[in-house]
Design a protein around this ligand. Structure first.
Ligand code: SF4
Length: 181
């Protein structure tokens, strides 16, 4: 029996049966982050129609904690790009991404957002990863709502592997803070 339980004001027998669990700070933070993603829909074309289905009761995207749609980037941490992005829109998309609260994640929905789709033209960006970092790509033209759900699950798995403390230390070091190694 540990010293804490021996010295506890709770009688020893009772203390030994108290329920408890151990975990890490990263596990708790990642659990919260991955189950409360607030999406910002950047919808420029037909993939957004499937997104409307996804948000309906039939597909129930709320199961993943992702139904709280925000139309301001400052309140969002998940950017979903649905549709073709032109070079004229590229700076706007980049600005929206930079205005989002950190940490933030990006899903490229469908062929157009992921690769420019069939628009082999001078004005279409051949994939939004030329402008901003992308966490998950969804294939299809258009992808079905089930593909959106699969992407959300993949993103949740990815978030669960992240480390809050490592990120924070890296950010402080970038700012030039003198930290112990
Ligand atoms: S991938 Fe297909 S459905 Fe989606 S925006 Fe492009 S053309 Fe439309």
């Amino acid at each position: 029996m540990s010293a804490e339980i021996e010295n506890s004001p709770v009688p020893q027998q009772e203390a030994a049966t108290l329920p408890f669990l151990t975990t890490s700070l990263d596990a708790v933070i990642n659990w919260g982050r991955s189950n409360s993603l607030w999406p910002f829909p950047f919808a420029t074309a037909c993939c957004a129609i499937e997104f409307m289905s996804l948000m309906s009761a039939r597909y129930d995207f709320a199961r993943f904690g992702t139904e709280f749609m925000r139309f301001t980037p400052r309140q969002s941490d998940l950017l979903m790009i649905m549709g073709t992005v032109t070079y004229k829109q590229a700076p706007i998309l980049r600005r929206i991404y930079e205005q989002m609260s950190a940490p933030r994640w990006v899903i490229a929905v469908g062929a157009c957002a992921s690769s420019g789709g069939f628009y082999d033209s001078y004005c279409t960006v051949p994939g939004i990863d030329h402008i901003i970092p992308v966490d998950v790509f969804i294939a299809g033209c258009p992808p079905r709502p089930e593909a959106y759900i699969e992407a959300a699950v993949q993103l949740q798995e990815k978030i669960k592997d992240e480390s809050f403390l490592t990120e924070r230390l890296a950010r402080l070091r970038d700012r030039g803070e003198d930290l112990p190694s």
